[in-house]
Structure formats: C-alpha cells, structure tokens
Design a protein around this ligand. Sequence first.
Ligand SMILES: [Zn+2]
Ligand SMILES: [Zn+2]
Length: 460
Amino acid sequence: MIKEMGKLKTVKNYPKFMLELALNILKDNRLCDNCLGRQFALVGFGLTNRERGRILKDAIILELYNKIPDDKEAVSINQNIAKMGNELAQQSMQRKECEINLTSADDSVCELCDGLFDQLRKYVKPVVSKLKDEDYQSFIVGAKIPPKILEKEDNIRAKYNITTGESIKSEFTREIGKLIMNQTNKEPDFELPDITIIVDLSKQTITLQKRSLFIYGRYNKYIRTIPQTRWPCYDCNGKGCVRCNYTGKRYTESVEELIAEPILEITGGSGSRFHGAGREDIDALMLGNGRPFVLEIKEPKKRQIDLKKIEKKVNKKTKKKVQVSNLSFANKRKVQEIKGLAKKTKKTYKATIILDKDLPEEMLLKVQNELKEKKIKQRTPKRVLHRRSDLVRVKMVYNVSIKKLADKKIEAEIIGEGGLYIKELISGDEGRTNPSFSSILKSQAKCVELDVVYLHTEDN
Ligand SMILES: [Zn+2]
Ligand SMILES: [Zn+2]
C-alpha cells in the first residue's frame, strides 16, 4: 500500500474549531469532497481526503438542518453542498422544500480542482494501456499540476489560515497510484521505480520514463586492436566521413559495442553506456579474472532477462575477441563503486620488453630487487599529456619478476598500484618516471607488449 506519510505525527496548529473552519471555507467556495478534505489531511488518521471531506460536509448539513429554510446563509451553504452531489444535503433541501438552483452544469464542478478528482479514471485508463507493453515491477506517479489550480489552493490556504493541508499534487499522484496498482498488480516504489509515469495536467499528456537497466559483469579482451569504448572518428567527430568510411568511428569495433549489441537486441533498449573499472590500452590484453564493468541499457523494453543465456549469447558472438562473465543485475550506484575501485585496485601486468643491449642476469635481478615495494615518482606521461594535467603522482610497485626470453628480450610480471603507468615504468619516459627499468639498467628499455593479467579486487 502507498503509505500516507505524516499522519502519525502530532499536528501543530490543530484547528480549534474544525467544523467552523470547514463551514467558513464552504461559505465562499464550492469544493468537492477531496478538495475540502485535503485542507485537513493531517487531521486524524485512517481516512482518505475524500472521506474526510464527506464527513465534514455531512456534519455541517446536520448542523444547518434547523436553520433552513429561514436562514439565507444556511440555505446558500446547503445549496452549494447539494450541488456538488452530497445526498444528505439534497435530502435536507427536499424535506424543507427548498429548490436546488442548478443554473448550469458548471455549478456542480469543484471550483478548486475543476473536477479533477471525479475524473481520475480518465487518466488511469490511458496510463494502464501504455503500461501494457512494458516490462516492469514497480512504478511511481509524478504530476504537473496547472499553475492556475496551485494558485487557487494557495489562496484558500492563506485566506483561512489552513495549516493542516497536503499538496494537491501529492493527493493526486497517490490516488492515481492506488488505481494503477489495483489494475496492474505492480508495486509503487519511491526509491528506484522501473517506470516513472508523468501526468501533465496542463498539456494533458502522459509520458513514461523508464529507468535504465544496469548489468554488472567482468570482461576479458583477447585481441590487441580494439579500444574499450566506442571511439568517434577524429575528423568528423562521429558524423561520418571518407576517412572513417562513413562509420563515424576510428575503430570499427570496441569492447563496449561487442558486449552491448547483443544485449540491446534482447532488451530492446534505445541506447547504452559502458562504464569500465578503468581501462587498458588498445594494444593491451585483459586477461585473468577480467575487468569489472557496468553496462547501462537505456529505456529497456524488457527487464526480465536471463543473464546466463545472455552471457552465452554474447560470448558466442564475440568469440575470440571478448568474453564476459559474472553477469548480474546492478544499479546506478554500482557505476560509482567500480569507478572508485579502479583507482585503488592493484593489478598484475605482463610486459614484453626489448632492451637496447643484452644484459647479464644480475642486472635483471637488480631491477627486481630495486623495484620491490618501491614508491615510484611518475610525472604525467607525455603520451597522455593532451588529456591529463601535468603533475607528479606517487604510485607503488609491489613486485617485479623477470624472465629472459632471448637476447635483448625479456618478460616482466609487474604488480602495481592502480593508476601506475607501466609503459613509462619500463621506459622511464625520458626521466619523467623515476626509478624505471631504464634508469636502473642504465640502458633503454621499451615495452612492446602489455597485458593486464589480473585485477586484485575483492568483489567477484
Ligand atoms: Zn476539488
Ligand atoms: Zn569520420
């Protein structure tokens, strides 16, 4: 059930003479039960505003019964209440042989809400039919109330010094929500609804905002020619030109596209965004337990999907290039979590290195010893200076182990802190990274192949 918040609190400024206040309001205003009851929404409990308004009106009619037909003001109030369809008021009038002067049909329409609360079903019907094709578990209703109505309500609140009301918007969305819940058997969710239904009363439109679907997983990358995310063509900025063969892309494929395409197909989403826990270079492999990512599917038509099946489908389609594992449903918060994770995560790399001269075994051992548990001062590498500010970062190398592959060719396994630039740790980046393989060996070392072998994360 939708909770009626605030009802359990002790109400400040509880009206001393509620009936008198209600009577005063009705003297000058023709209100429906909802609009009258809403002015006393914080009073008592267990009633809808409609029931509250009805009870107050009935009590007033009983109070006035003795005064009609002689007291003109009493007759006029009774008239107003009768016009709005109150049966007790109508019977009173009949018994006392007073006529109900309905001069036009408008006379029986609430002056405040313009009959909104009598026409709730008018809005519910199209909402339910729109929802029919949607795959969702929960919803919430939002509304845009015409300024004219809000202004009228403000005026009444001010004029009669009403301190126990709730907003027309919250009553409207709650009442609509109850009806939708009854017809769809779906639950309202105030935190993370799958669908937000916006009823715009000025424009008379209904729109559905669908929450993105977030899928967490880990990926491995087995080829050295694709970037992690879609990379727009430099020349045309994605519009398509001769240079990019009108694809708008610098690389025809990416990890993002390989994973997202089959999932978009299944979910019928309108688009996707790929959030990786950091990224490896285009020419680096991502091995081991894989790199965490969150794929965001925008406006999905289907949410109830079998992730095991999807995993198989993606892996079959992307074959030897990319593989996904550990797929599970996530939410927006997971995106921030994995971004934060990437900065801290220790990683194990495997680098193939070419040296400019052949070096004795003890020199290689020296690199291992000197870099073990060593703090490295690393000025922003020249190759990324165009997108990162030029400053010195201190990053840890935890361990290095070296294997000789051939003359002038070695393989190093390096365990380093998140954010450590490995290619520069090897080359020294002309002294910008210190110490480095090159500075210790007193000879130029160059990384020719680099793979991420393992991400040391706790979440799996
Ligand atoms: Zn009303
Ligand atoms: Zn282009």
